[in-house]
Design a protein around this ligand. Structure first.
Ligand SMILES: [Zn+2]
Ligand SMILES: [Zn+2]
Length: 313
């Protein structure tokens, strides 16, 4: 009789755990569905007549926002991510425009997080991800990590080391930083433990991804694929959308109106797919997948990139 009751209690406990797990999985699936279905501002056929705001703000949950810059301000139209913990917030990237009058990023971020402390990091050191830095420089309660090699190194060296990368604590919310050079030397990827999003900047996004250092890029993608095997990932989110809604097709560079653009969200499976595709290459050919295209920089592009990097270090 007693044994029977123990079995019954164990069964109830087992079913309860199953129930909690399935509710959690459902919540996660719904949250990914929400961001997959956002209709992002995507420019205008006639920018002078465009009525979209300079920055679109999508709120994922009470402490997570995704911001997109208007294509009519910059065809790059980067995405920026704002993650708020109990102690401070983290902003990943500052967009492609410096002027706060036409691109009010700082005031937008303050309107979302109030006067809380703010850490500003960059997915990498390209202009379209750091041009808004001046709006944050010298502001009270803001720590702006310089996007160059020295700034990033000093910041990472201070951060706690974990098995998979460096850890940033925001207060009840940890973010893991994984170094992912290849597209650019200072490229990093963030893993947010709250949303389980992998924020890949220009390393992985639905578009035409230029790669400066093919070997480094291949290693970085393998690192992310291994990370995905050990951690639960809800989605891979990059910093641009350039693909159309047709497999393997992208809008040409400079496009300011993308009425049929692909969703921002990529499935975590893309990391394994990309790793496999890259393993077959020698760094001379373009890798064309349904979701994205990876292209090695030619020598002129690499030289220009080196000159630009030298000038801004
Ligand atoms: Zn870039
Ligand atoms: Zn970019």
């Amino acid at each position: 009789m007693e044994l029977c009751s123990v079995y019954r209690q164990l069964t109830i406990l087992f079913l309860a755990v199953l129930g909690i797990l399935s509710v959690q999985a459902q919540v996660r699936a719904e949250s990914v569905a929400a961001i997959s279905q956002v209709e992002w501002i995507h420019g205008s056929p006639e920018c002078r007549e465009g009525i979209d705001p300079p920055i679109q703000v999508f709120q994922q949950d009470k402490s997570t926002w995704v911001l997109r810059q208007n294509k009519c301000l910059s065809f790059e139209a980067p995405f920026m991510y704002l993650l708020l913990g109990d102690d401070r917030a983290l902003l990943l990237d500052t967009g492609a425009t410096d002027n706060p009058e036409i691109f009010p990023l700082f005031t937008t971020v303050r309107s979302l997080i109030g006067e809380r402390l703010l850490l500003v990091l960059h997915s990498h050191n390209h202009g379209d991800h750091r041009r808004g830095d001046g709006q944050f420089t010298g502001q009270a309660g803001v720590e702006l990590v310089a996007p160059n090699a020295a700034g990033l190194r000093a910041f990472l060296d201070k951060a706690d080391r974990t098995e998979s990368g460096r850890s940033i604590e925001l207060g009840g919310r940890d973010v893991i930083v994984i170094e992912t050079p290849g597209h650019q030397e200072e490229s990093i990827t963030l893993y947010d433990t709250q949303t389980r999003w992998l924020l890949t900047g220009d390393t992985v996004y639905p578009g035409l991804i230029y790669v400066k250092d093919w070997e480094a890029y291949r290693e970085s993608i393998s690192r992310l694929a291994r990370f995905a095997q050990k951690h639960e990932l809800a989605a891979v989110l990059g910093a641009h959308v350039e693909m159309t809604d047709k497999a393997g097709e992208y809008y040409p560079i400079g496009t300011v109106y993308q009425p049929h653009e692909a969703p921002l969200t990529l499935s975590p499976d893309i990391l394994q797919t990309l790793e496999t595709a890259l393993a077959r290459t020698d760094g001379k050919e373009t890798v064309l997948l349904d979701e994205l295209v990876v292209q090695p920089m030619n020598s002129l592009q690499r030289t220009l990139s080196n000159v630009a990097r030298f000038l801004i270090q």
